[in-house]
Design a binder for this molecule. Structure first.
Ligand code: IPE
Ligand code: IPE
Ligand code: MG
Length: 243
């Protein structure tokens, strides 16, 4: 059990915005000769653990990469299972998340998901919309290139219909059109699973984040591992281009 006071006592720096690319579910399952689905199910359980841990230690924003715009390329059977898991996760967890004051938010295009999933997610968004605790961004059908493209297109359209003047387009305005709206940038990005790439995840928001790549596969990721990452993050010197 994580104790926020203990962590503060040990001088661990808590990121305001933590992002995680939850990778390695398939390989985790394959090593036990199990189906990739089994790995995804176990991965879902880690989501529950890490959301709780993040909330306990006072992280304000947690962004989890759950399904990319490129993941539709996977076999239909795997995609269907992942879609089912969205329902399983929300059916099991939404009440609990709500009780813990977590506010759910989706990054990505919701309306391309199957109708049942859209309905369930919309209910969850509505239920938690006034919560003031951890803001949980789930990136679902999310791709950063797509997000940037949509933001640019929206601004062009707004100029075209006269909603905004072209001279009023600022960096801040562009930024606020992203799926993260006015949320702060990511401070720490963790990628379990051994790959050392961003895979189209929050490219703008990670402009100055500290990045930790770890070989631990996502289903093996734990609160303990999270704390180790925070310890490493604490030692990083962030300069933002300054001296
Ligand atoms: C991450 O695990 C989950 C999703 C991308 C949905 P993977 O399914 O990518 O697992 P590996 O990388 O093949 O092991
Ligand atoms: C990134 O993992 C996407 C998610 C974790 C949802 P992938 O497994 O899809 O990434 P690549 O294909 O190895 O880059
Ligand atoms: Mg992968």
């Amino acid at each position: 059990m994580l104790d926020k006071d203990e962590i503060l006592k040990e001088n661990i720096r808590i990121p305001n915005h933590l992002a995680i690319i939850m990778d390695g579910n398939g390989r985790w399952a394959t090593q036990f000769n199990k189906s990739r689905s089994f790995g995804h199910y176990e991965g879902m359980k880690r989501v529950i653990d890490i959301v709780k841990a993040s909330s306990d230690i006072g992280i304000k924003y947690l962004s989890l990469y759950a399904f990319s715009t490129e993941n539709w390329k996977r076999p239909l059977e795997e995609v269907s299972y992942l879609m089912d898991l969205i329902l399983v996760f929300l059916n099991k967890q939404i009440k609990h998340l709500h009780e813990n004051n977590v506010k759910l938010n989706i990054l990505g295009i919701l309306n391309q998901l199957p109708p049942k999933q859209i309905k369930k997610i919309e209910e969850a968004l509505k239920l938690t919309e006034n919560n003031t605790g951890l803001i949980l961004n789930i990136a679902l059908n999310y791709g950063s290139k797509d997000e940037i493209f949509r933001a640019v297109k929206k601004m062009i359209n707004d100029v075209w219909i006269g909603a905004i003047d072209k001279d009023s387009i600022t960096e801040e305005l562009f930024y606020n059109q992203l799926d993260t709206g006015n949320m702060p940038d990511v401070d720490l990005l963790i990628r379990p699973g051994g790959e050392k790439r961003l895979s189209n995840f929050m490219l703008v928001q990670n402009a100055y984040s500290e990045i930790i790549f770890t070989d631990v596969l996502w289903p093996d990721f734990s609160e303990k591992k999270l704390i180790q990452c925070l310890e490493e993050y604490t030692l990083r010197e962030r300069r933002f281009g300054g001296l």
